[in-house]
Design a protein around this ligand. Structure first.
Ligand code: PHE
Length: 353
């Protein structure tokens, strides 16, 4: 094969290789195979020196043309592959603005917690501190120290969850277990007065438990908020003024407050507090059962017998206490007809608050 034939075969082969290179790496491999130090065209160019003087000019010219043609083909192909690579990188990273976004579902506080927070803020604004007590409580704190006589109906099995004596492995018999789930937050009054000296201004929110079947107005577990004030010269007027302030903050200026005489073992005198119905304004309608008033809490002046249990001198100090159900307050504030909605966990309901 003459050198001219050899060169033209090499050129065809090299140009084909350039055409079939599909990416920059394989194109570089083609360049090295022909034009690299050990490349086949390089070898031919090196061999020119050994040709005779007649052959050399033509072969030199031809091989130079082949080299230039190959270099041009390589350059063109490289820039095409580069712009293709860029285009595919851009399209791979492109944001499809027509895709629907990913929906986020931010959490929020349960409506009962929001209402408790609001009540807490009102009383913290009056200078109250927050008090705490256990949910699994001793009979002493839940009943005895709160002046409940031994035969008080609230102590009965059907009203209270007693905790079984595990060591004895026997079912609870009335009067035999002294551990129970607290039925109200009032035991926090006793814990507070055992650990603090007056003046005491304390608010204690927390869960309470009763053996009630859930219905529109009862839940076996609910949230109470207890208030306790002990100081010198505290009167029933202070109690009433405090509650009126609270009711106006919670339900607005138009709401009115009514105190009805009631009985609690641990307060004397005691009262239940009603607010004017927010729907009819006191006229009487279906939501207040025609009464015009809705009960929101129990309260009274701390009974001297309670002070004696915790060693506070009832001749020197007086005080008041109140307890309200947060679910009840929330239901009145938002016009919710059934307390069970608060614990069912239906997001369509809860998201509204
Ligand atoms: N603990 C009472 C109840 O659960 C409410 C109450 C609290 C009444 C404080 C008077 C004083 O019904």
């Amino acid at each position: 094969m003459s050198i001219a034939e050899e060169l033209s075969a090499l050129r065809d082969e090299a140009l084909d290789a350039v055409v079939s290179a599909t990416d920059l790496d394989s194109l570089e491999a083609v360049r090295i195979a022909y034009l690299g130090k050990k490349g086949s065209l390089t070898a031919v160019l090196r061999g020119l020196g050994s040709l005779s003087a007649e052959e050399r000019p033509a072969a030199g010219k031809l091989s130079n043309e082949v080299r230039i043609a190959l270099e041009e083909a390589l350059t063109q192909k490289r820039s095409r592959l580069e712009s293709e690579a860029l285009a595919s990188r851009i399209s791979a990273q492109a944001v499809d603005v027509t895709l629907p976004g990913r929906q986020r579902m931010p959490g929020k506080r349960h409506v009962i917690h929001q209402v408790v927070d609001e009540i807490v803020q009102t009383f913290v604004g009056l200078g109250y501190e927050i008090g705490e007590g256990p949910e699994v409580e001793l009979d002493y704190y839940n009943f005895t120290a709160l002046n409940h006589p031994a035969d008080h109906p609230a102590r009965a099995l059907q009203d209270t969850f007693y905790v079984r004596d595990l060591s004895g492995d026997r079912a609870v018999v009335e009067g035999e277990s002294d551990v129970l789930l607290r039925t109200h937050t009032s035991p926090v009054q006793v814990h507070t007065m055992e650990t603090k000296k007056p003046p005491i201004y304390v608010l204690a929110p927390g869960k309470v438990y009763r053996r009630d079947v859930a219905d529109p107005s009862h839940l076996p577990q609910f949230t109470q908020i207890e208030g306790l004030v002990v100081d010198e010269g505290i009167t029933f007027g202070d109690l009433k003024g405090t509650l009126e302030h609270f009711v106006k903050r919670m339900f607005g200026d138009v709401s009115r407050v009514r105190l009805r005489p009631h009985f609690f073992p641990f307060t004397e005198p005691s009262a239940e507090v009603d607010i004017s119905c927010g729907i009819c304004g006191g006229e009487g309608c279906r939501s207040c059962g025609g009464e015009g008033w809705l009960e929101i809490l129990g309260c009274g002046m701390v009974d001297p017998n309670v002070f004696r249990h915790v060693g506070i001198d009832p001749e020197r100090y007086s005080g008041f206490a109140f307890g309200m159900g947060a679910e009840r307050i929330a239901a009145l504030k938002y016009g919710i007809p059934d307390l069970r909605l608060f614990i069912e966990g239906d997001m369509r309901f809860l998201r509204q608050f």
